[in-house]
Design a protein around this ligand. Structure first.
Ligand SMILES: [Zn+2]
Ligand SMILES: [Zn+2]
Length: 146
């Protein structure tokens, strides 16, 4: 049994086939898939599984703390099976999200938000830019237009 499955069992929540399939699909990828991408992947194993079922299952897995929902401006919600703190490189052209680990960012001095009545519980930094593929095609089009 995986650590994730043990955690579900410990909470007394039955690990249904659907939950197992959706969780396995998310754990098998590191590209932060959208709900639709996960639905397509699970449908390859469980033909005919409804999109709504996958969406609800994702909500449950997030509530259980087994997946993290990643929001970045201008992109659909994506799901991350990596629970430990890490940061993200977000491509502005294609929306790809890659993981970034940086000890210095992990030790970032947090702002004092008490005057806002806000208590910070966690954070992650995202950097916007161009991924390798998009930077390459941007370079190509710049070349061809000159
Ligand atoms: Zn890109
Ligand atoms: Zn991530």
């Amino acid at each position: 049994m995986t650590a994730a499955a043990e955690r579900i069992a410990a909470q007394g929540i039955p690990l249904t086939v659907q939950r197992r399939m959706v969780l396995a699909a998310a754990l098998g990828r590191d590209d932060h898939p959208t709900a639709d991408e996960l639905h397509a992947e699970v449908a390859g194993v469980v033909p005919g599984i409804a999109r709504g079922t996958v969406y609800r299952t994702l909500d449950t897995l997030v509530d259980l703390g087994l997946l993290v929902r990643v929001h970045h401006p201008g992109s659909a919600a994506r799901y991350d099976a990596r629970l430990e703190r890490h940061h993200h490189l977000v491509c502005e052209a294609c929306g790809a999200i890659r993981d970034l680990e940086d000890r210095r960012l992990d030790r970032l001095a947090l702002p004092d938000t008490r005057k806002h009545g806000f208590r910070i519980t966690d954070f992650s930094v995202h950097f916007r830019g161009l991924c390798r593929g998009c930077a390459r095609s941007a370079g190509r089009s710049a070349h061809s237009s000159s």
